[in-house]
Design a protein. Structure first.
Length: 317
C-alpha cells in the first residue's frame, strides 16, 4: 500500500462535512473587524471540525477584505491544522533551487508544518531576535499566497508580530509617485543564498539593500511587479520588503536605490500597521500578496513555539 504524505493523511483522517456531529455550525462563526489598518477576529469557529462551504466562502471573502484573520482559542494537532489550512489552498512547494525557511537539504523543500521557534531544539527556525518587515517567498517564481501561524507556546515578554497593509500604503502615495512606479519590475534576491555565501562573514549583516550593477548576482533573480494587483479585489499593493536585496529592472542604480529607500520608509508608517499580541491558541491567517509582517524580539531564555503553514500562490501581476 502506498504511504500517504502528511497532508494526504491529514485530509484522509479529517472530520466529514456530511456527518452533522462533526460539522461546524456556521451561525456560531462571528467575524469582527479590528479597528485600524487591517485585520479581523474570528470567534466561535473550531478549526478541528469540518467546515461548510458557506463558512469557507465567508472566511475567504473576509480575508480578501481584511487581509489578516485571527482565529481565537484553537486546540489542534498538526494533522488537524493541515486539514484546516487545506480548505484555503494547496501547500506551498518551492522549487529545490530556491531555498526558503526550513528547507530540507535532502529534498530542497520545507516540511508542511514549519516550527517558527527558539524552543524545540533540532529544527528551530528564526530564533528570538527582531525580524524586519517582509513578504514570504518573494524571491521565488511563484510566491506563496498566504500563511497561517498557530501559537502553541509563548514568551512572557515580547515576540509580538506586526502586519502592514501594502494596499493602503500604495493608495496613500501621491499620484506622481504612483505613476512613476506602476510599471516598474523588481527583483528580490534570495536571502538564504546570500546567507550561505556569507558564512563566516556575519551572515545577513553583509546583505546589501540594493544591488548596484557592478555587484555580483548571488542566486536566481525573478522579476515581479513593484506594484502588484490583488487577484481577487483588483486593488494595487506595493510589493516590497524592508531589508531584502533588490534591484529595479532597467533603472539607473543611484536613482533606483533612492526610490526604494523612500518607498520602504513610507511602507513602515504606523497608519498602515497592526500589532498582534499573541495568546495561546491563536491562529493568524494572512494574505501574503498585500501585507508585510515583522517580529519584535523577545528574551532568548523564554520559549516561543508557533507553527506555520504556507499556501501556494501564482505569479504576481
Amino acid at each position: 500500500m502506498t504511504t500517504l504524505t502528511p497532508l494526504s493523511q491529514a485530509i484522509h483522517d479529517a472530520p466529514r462535512w456530511h456527518l452533522p456531529q462533526q460539522l461546524q455550525n456556521d451561525a456560531e462563526v462571528k467575524i469582527r473587524p479590528i479597528q485600524g489598518a487591517l485585520g479581523a477576529e474570528v470567534w466561535g469557529l473550531d478549526a478541528a471540525k469540518a467546515q461548510s462551504g458557506h463558512t469557507i466562502y465567508r472566511l475567504k471573502q473576509a480575508l480578501a477584505k481584511h487581509l489578516i484573520l485571527v482565529f481565537k482559542g484553537q486546540v489542534l494537532d498538526d494533522a488537524q491544522y493541515l486539514a484546516f489550512a487545506s480548505y484555503f489552498g494547496a501547500i506551498f512547494r518551492p522549487t529545490s533551487d530556491n531555498p526558503v525557511l526550513a528547507y530540507q537539504a535532502d529534498t530542497g523543500t520545507p516540511p508542511d508544518v514549519v516550527p517558527v521557534s527558539n524552543a524545540v531544539g533540532q529544527g528551530d527556525y528564526t530564533g528570538h531576535g527582531e525580524l524586519a518587515a517582509h513578504a514570504d517567498h518573494q524571491w521565488t517564481p511563484q510566491p506563496s499566497f498566504g500563511s497561517l501561524l498557530y501559537a502553541v507556546e509563548l514568551p512572557k515578554d515580547g515576540g509580538q508580530t506586526l502586519w502592514y497593509n501594502t494596499i493602503k500604503a500604495y493608495e496613500a502615495l501621491d499620484p506622481n509617485t504612483q505613476a512613476q512606479i506602476n510599471t516598474l519590475q523588481l527583483i528580490t534576491y534570495n536571502p538564504f543564498v546570500r546567507a550561505n555565501s556569507n558564512k563566516g562573514q556575519n551572515g545577513y549583516s553583509n546583505t546589501p539593500l540594493y544591488r548596484f550593477k557592478q555587484q555580483p548576482i548571488i542566486g536566481h533573480g525573478y522579476a515581479h511587479p513593484l506594484v502588484r494587483i490583488h487577484p481577487e479585489t483588483g486593488r494595487k499593493a506595493l510589493w516590497l520588503s524592508e531589508r531584502s536585496e533588490v534591484e529595479l529592472i532597467d533603472y539607473e542604480d543611484q536613482s533606483g536605490s533612492e526610490l526604494i529607500a523612500k518607498l520602504r520608509a513610507h511602507l513602515l508608517q504606523p497608519e498602515f500597521r497592526y500589532e498582534h499580541h499573541w495568546q495561546q491558541g491563536d491562529i493568524v491567517f494572512w494574505d501574503n500578496q498585500a501585507t508585510l509582517h515583522s517580529r519584535k524580539s523577545f528574551p532568548s531564555e523564554q520559549r516561543r513555539l508557533l507553527k506555520r503553514i504556507s499556501l501556494a500562490g501564482g505569479r504576481p501581476f
